[in-house]
Design a binder for this molecule. Structure first.
Ligand code: GRF
Length: 216
């Protein structure tokens, strides 16, 4: 069985979307894969209860208990490696990772970011998008590299910003796209349709045009 380890920091709605896809699409039977653990750096993360309600093992590793980023990442890697994961998913994990951590999981570490990268890296993406007046906004799933919110893009989902749309309304609509995109990318990686070769995403069985979904 291929193990997926999800890292979270908060609400866990993307985690919930992954667990729902796992159940509905029978990943265990169809892909030989399952979410084997959820790790949060915050004990109050809502996603922990979501994981527990799906019967998934949870761990809390509080970053505040560590003197350095390196020390935290070393313990985090040790915890992750207990599951020998085929894939590590940053599903709303709000921590910058050290180069050593990123290198360790090269090609099997992905992140979801709420913007069309490379636009709007970092926080408050929807506020900045509405302030800038962009007409198109969305979400990106990418392999993680040493740079924050950068790295080879696996897929994006986009939508047209409505005239006068608030940042909150936009965030809610983008989140719906996130919930569709992230499980789909996980599935592609696990079935071997998408992978990382050097710094390039290669897709074998998937038409590259499908890697962008534009919402109505
Ligand atoms: C999502 O918007 C994700 O793109 C970003 O953090 C947020 C996490 O939300 N990286 P949730 O915890 O999955 O609900």
């Amino acid at each position: 069985m291929k193990n997926i380890v999800c890292l979270i920091s908060g609400r866990g709605s993307n985690l919930e979307a992954i667990l729902r896809a796992e159940r509905e699409q029978q990943w265990a039977a169809q892909l030989g894969a399952r979410v084997s653990a959820v790790i949060s750096n915050r004990s109050q993360a809502g996603g922990l209860a979501i994981a527990a309600s799906h019967g998934v093992e949870t761990h809390v590793l509080a970053h505040s208990a560590f003197a350095s980023r390196e020390a935290f990442d070393a313990d985090l890697a040790a915890l992750i490696d207990r599951h020998d994961p085929a894939l590590v998913v940053l599903a709303g994990f709000m921590r910058v990772l050290t180069p050593a951590f990123v290198a360790r999981y090269q090609g099997r570490l992905i992140n979801i970011h709420p913007s069309l990268l490379p636009a709007f890296t970092g926080l408050h993406t929807h506020e900045r998008a509405t302030e800038m007046g962009v007409r198109v906004h969305g979400t990106t799933v990418h392999f993680v590299t040493g740079e924050l919110d950068a790295g080879p893009i696996i897929a994006q989902a986009a939508l047209a910003v409505r005239p006068g749309e608030s940042a909150d309304a936009l965030a809610a609509r983008v989140l719906t796209l996130e919930h569709e995109l992230l499980p789909r990318c996980i599935r592609w990686i696990l079935e071997g349709s998408v992978g990382l070769e050097g710094q390039k995403v290669i897709s074998t069985r998937i038409d590259p045009a499908l890697l962008l979904r534009v919402a109505a």
